[in-house]
Ligand binder design. Structure first.
Ligand SMILES: [Zn+2]
Length: 131
């Protein structure tokens, strides 16, 4: 707001929509002016601060994390605190649907196992009956 309260005298409570008895009630954690409604008694922030980092930085951080870069390196690369990157990753992970649990071991895994065993024996070049 840079010292100019352009909302002075024209705040409206977002809950009860009353425009009277709106008074200042301190600042929130990011420094925005909070108001208390004298009609319904609730508090609100008419002009909240925008989020700290642009969405592009956040998406870039998530892309680097998916690529396998660690949190501290992402933080150094994008000049963002690594804990902030961790918060973004956790928030993104929480917004994803849960992975479905397999009900039985898929047949493809068994077949792949046999192929690997065969290749391993072939490399030794020892016939099965001479071991
Ligand atoms: Zn109200």
């Amino acid at each position: 707001m840079k010292g100019v309260n352009y909302n002075w005298g024209m705040n409206t409570c977002p809950y009860c929509l009353s425009a009277v008895k709106q008074h200042k009630a301190g600042l929130n954690h990011s420094g925005s002016q909070r108001y208390e409604c004298g009609v319904c008694g609730r508090k609100y922030t008419p002009v909240p601060q925008p989020h700290g980092y642009p969405i592009e930085v956040r998406q870039e951080a998530l892309a680097l994390y998916v690529d396998g870069m660690n949190l501290r390196r992402i933080g150094r690369t994008l000049k963002v605190d690594h804990q902030t990157v961790a918060n973004w990753v956790n928030a993104q992970a929480a917004s994803l649907p849960a992975a479905p649990l397999p009900t039985e071991i898929p047949m493809a895994v068994n077949e792949l196992d046999e192929v690997l065993t065969f290749v391993g024996e072939k490399k030794r070049r020892v016939p099965r009956d001479q071991r």
